[in-house]
Design a protein around this ligand. Structure first.
Ligand SMILES: *Cc1c(COP(=O)(O)O)cnc(C)c1O
Length: 403
């Protein structure tokens, strides 16, 4: 095959799609009114803002549009949920339960609450495929527990958690449930009412809206304090002049993503499963990370023994393939991914991990091209690896068994 450009890093970010850009453009050009002003042009901006709120409401099955609060990112929504509950429910308790495989937006906020604000945090273990251990959740809840925060779909290994069961456990004990659904929106169905979710975070740039816009769903009755102080925007809870173009883009993008989800997954699931199958057939000492069922549709993550993920990414990049090792946020750091550690991978093989995540514009030809390049790149890196040489000389036993 001729050299191609294959973007296979949709869990890191996605590009703004043409229909979304089209919807945004008027608000970047002539419709620049401030929704807080009173003239006609400003009212049109306000209408656009409220229309986007309804689009988000419908996409996640919220009861009312007033339960949606726009934020500047998924990270901000996560911060607001955790810090807000900690502050608002201080009288009830100071204990928050989360999991060992959350995004850093959750983990580092919990660390802050623990170290600076005196919160007690429990990090639930997960099983070898990354599913939250429900028995551990049940045991961890105490009378002081005010919040459980669980990732809906894991950004590194694609595991989809059983949110309904988690919510049942939380609500039996009267504890609020926050869900980081940033990787789930547009990829798997979300219904906050049916799933019993109290708070939910989303981020536009993971589903073809621009970067720097997100939202927090706050179920009516869960009354978190204001997160950004200033003007009266977002019902006085999140001050700052609204990012109208970004919000309009996110509204349009979430509507399209949900409408097209089924069709897209009909394409992505077979692509994902073929890539997994072919890697397992053609590359020795390769281990799939995360589950085969209840896995995000376009999500593949493998560990390749005897090689470094970073070198693999560089050679893939030279072949025109954009991928990631574990999580984009940790590249540049030498620590292996906390998610791969939590599912029990030894350091040696966690370092050789590769994440390929597909989205709406990928095709079967992209899988063909990846399979044309990847096996050769892995062999080349192994030929240069002293660890592999030790294995060839019979001095070490591989951790991942040969197929
Ligand atoms: C990307 C991501 C975030 C952060 O969202 P930003 O809008 O980039 O701040 C949070 N949680 C998960 C699971 C993510 O994948």
């Amino acid at each position: 095959m001729e050299k191609r450009f294959v973007y296979a890093d949709h869990s890191a970010t996605t590009g703004v799609r043409p229909e979304v850009l089209e919807a945004m453009l008027p608000y970047l050009k002539e419709e620049y009114g401030n929704p807080s002003s009173i003239y006609n042009m400003a009212r049109r901006a306000k209408e656009a803002l409220e229309h986007a709120r309804e689009q988000v409401q419908k996409a996640i099955g919220a009861k009312a549009a007033t339960e949606i609060y726009f934020t500047g990112s998924g990270t901000e929504a996560d911060n607001w949920a955790l810090k807000g509950v900690f502050e608002a429910y201080a009288k009830k308790g100071d204990h928050i339960i989360t999991t060992a495989v959350e995004h850093h937006a959750i983990l580092h906020t919990c660390e802050y609450l623990e170290k600076v604000r005196g919160a007690k945090i429990t990090y639930l273990p997960v099983d070898s495929e990354g599913f939250v251990r429900l028995d551990a959740l049940e045991q961890a809840i105490t009378p002081e527990t005010i919040l459980v925060s669980v990732i809906m779909a894991n950004n590194e290994i694609g595991t989809i958690n059983p949110i309904e069961e988690i919510s049942r456990i939380c609500h039996e004990k009267g504890v609020l449930l926050h869900v980081d659904a940033v990787q789930a929106v547009g990829n798997i169905p979300i219904d906050v009412q049916a799933m019993g979710i109290d708070l939910l975070s989303i981020s536009g740039h993971k589903f073809n809206a621009p970067k720097g816009v997100g939202a927090l769903y706050m179920r009516k009755g869960v009354n978190l304090p204001s997160f950004i102080h200033g003007g009266d925007q977002e019902r006085k809870k999140r001050a700052a002049t609204e990012n109208i173009p970004g919000i309009v883009g996110m509204g349009k993008a979430i509507e399209l993503a949900v409408a097209e989800m089924e069709e897209k997954n009909k394409k992505l699931i077979p692509m994902r499963d073929r890539l997994i199958r072919e890697i397992e057939e053609k590359i020795p000492f390769a281990k799939l990370n995360g589950p085969r069922e209840n896995r995000l549709p376009g999500h593949v993550n493998f560990s390749f023994e005897f090689i470094e993920g970073e070198s693999l990414l560089l050679l893939l990049d030279m072949a025109g393939i954009c991928a990631s090792s574990g999580s984009a946020c940790t590249s540049g750091s030498l620590d292996p991914s906390h998610v791969l550690m939590a599912i029990g991978l030894p350091h040696e093989i966690a370092h050789g991990s590769l994440r390929l995540t597909f989205g709406r514009e990928n095709t079967e030809e992209d899988v063909d091209y990846i399979m044309e390049k990847l096996p050769g790149i892995v062999s080349r890196l192994r030929e240069m690896s002293p660890l592999y040489e030790d294995y060839v000389n019979g001095n070490v036993t591989p951790i991942i068994m040969k197929k």
